[in-house]
Design a protein around this ligand. Structure first.
Ligand code: BGP
Length: 462
């Protein structure tokens, strides 16, 4: 590989998720998901915003794909709304739902854009939540397998990249520990048990995919927040160890090694919160880990951790997160740390020796639409520095399959509504026209893709 380019075939992409972009929440036989109901509960989302209409991608996908083509995207990552295919979670497939994704995939292929399909990006059928508590029950495994098989049968071989689950660590943590996402619970044990069920689903789907000989590569995307110790004080270094054992390695080892880290098991057992793991689970998880083709990560920021308060509760009993004086923060207080991406990628390479797909990276910001467009130089700067970090990681041995910006168009943010924008394409939510306009970052990313990254590496800026 030349010093100034990325590997041939590198997937320069952009990402979205069904609930955040599609809208059309009741169209053509779609059933209700847990998010369709959650947003109706007063006080659950920012200013009562919801994804009922979102960017209306369901009706405007042709225009959006045209814009992707114009940007030169090599890949588009999107998710399938389970409730479009199975309005009540299982049973007869809804042909209109299948048709929407079939058309989208066909159009992407016609425009030489590789579809990267996420099976699950948090919009569980409400019917399954009502029937058996959704992710709280092992019954989710069979229903998920049936849903996944329908997608593989319908969209293979057009789809070559599959992401089973998006950020299982976030939706279980926010849903079962922090009570910020549906179903709004707060219980460490429930969080870890539901997380365990996600790992079982991942492994079962990967195994089924391989057993049936579907072509392509399959993995899941985990939210990865690498961390530093606040100082060289051994107590802070120990805090870092505890952070990884109960956080990133806890989440990743079970997907990519089939076991939980020993230290994490010890700590969670002491907290009487360790998940129930059967012999059968162990076998399935080991098989699934061995068959998984890549690690998907969503990277936004790093953390800094320090020794805990001895009297604290929850994770705070093991470590505290503290502000990092060496980095700047976004308007939402997320650390901007491109080198953290390089560092994290190298850690993953050393630990798992698997290819990595960056399925999300981006900057949430307040954008301003001016008469002559959106001048988001801050986003360009953010993306440029992170792409350079990817390149450094590649030169340090990381096998990187691709990089997807979050997001392509502006879309609905789960807890921040429509003010926090990530897109390369502005969507006019203010007037409700939903008109699309290309931001400066759109034109800039187009050049990055056209030069296979070279212009980004050689260009100005830090
Ligand atoms: C990830 C999710 C995305 C997206 C992104 C930005 O955790 O996978 O769906 O929302 O974060 O987060 P936010 O919208 O909260 O800023």
């Amino acid at each position: 590989m030349s010093k100034t380019a990325f590997p041939p075939g590198f997937l320069w992409g952009s990402a979205s998720a069904a609930y955040q972009v599609e809208g059309a929440y009741q169209a053509d036989g779609k059933g209700p998901s847990i998010w369709d109901l959650w947003v109706q509960i007063p006080g659950k989302t920012y200013n009562g915003t919801n994804g009922n209409i979102a960017a209306d991608h369901y009706h405007r996908y042709r225009e959006d794909v045209q814009l992707m083509k114009e940007a030169g995207l090599k890949a588009y990552r999107f998710s399938v709304a389970w409730t479009r295919l199975f309005p009540r979670g299982r049973g007869e497939v809804n042909p209109a739902g299948l048709e929407f994704y079939t058309n989208l995939i066909r159009l992407l292929k016609e425009n030489d854009i590789e579809p990267v399909v996420t099976l699950y990006h948090w919009d569980l059928p409400q019917a399954l939540q009502d029937e058996y508590g959704g992710w709280e029950s092992r019954r989710i495994i069979d229903d998920f397998l049936a849903f996944a098989r329908t997608c593989f049968d319908a969209f293979s071989p057009q789809v070559q990249y599959w992401i089973v689950l998006n950020e299982p660590n976030i939706f279980t943590q926010l849903g079962y520990l922090e009570a910020l996402h549906p179903p709004g619970k707060s219980d460490l044990r429930a969080f870890l048990q539901t997380y365990h069920h996600t790992a079982l689903v991942h492994a079962a789907v990967v195994k089924m995919f391989k057993d049936n000989g579907y072509p392509g590569r399959i993995g899941s995307s985990i939210a990865f927040t690498p961390a530093y110790a606040a100082s060289e004080d051994p107590r802070d270094l120990r805090a870092l160890e505890l952070y990884y054992a109960t956080g990133p390695w806890w989440f990743m080892d079970i997907y990519h090694r089939g076991t939980y880290p020993n230290l994490g098991q010890l700590l969670y057992s002491q907290a009487q919160a360790a998940p129930e793991v059967t012999e059968e689970d162990r076998e399935l998880l080991t098989q699934g880990a061995g068959l998984t083709d890549f690690i998907g990560i969503n990277y936004y920021q790093t953390a800094m951790v320090a020794r805990a308060d001895s009297s604290a509760q929850g994770q705070q009993r093991w470590y505290r997160t503290v502000p990092n004086p060496n980095v700047r923060y976004t308007d939402w207080n997320w650390a901007i740390d491109p080198d953290g991406l390089r560092y994290g990628l190298v850690q993953l390479h050393q630990r798992y020796q698997l290819p990595v797909l960056i399925s999300e990276n981006g900057l949430g910001a307040y954008d301003k639409l001016e008469a002559d467009g959106v001048h988001d130089d801050y986003r360009i700067d953010f993306l440029r520095r992170h792409i350079r970090a990817c390149h450094q990681a590649i030169t340090q041995g990381v096998q990187l399959l691709g990089y997807c910006t979050w997001s392509f168009t502006d879309l609905f943010s789960w807890l921040n509504g429509y003010d926090k924008r990530y897109g390369l394409v502005h969507v006019d939510f203010e007037s409700g026209s939903l008109q699309r306009s290309k931001k400066d970052s759109f034109y800039w990313y187009r050049q990055v893709i056209a030069s296979n990254g070279a212009n980004c590496l050689n260009g100005g800026g830090e």
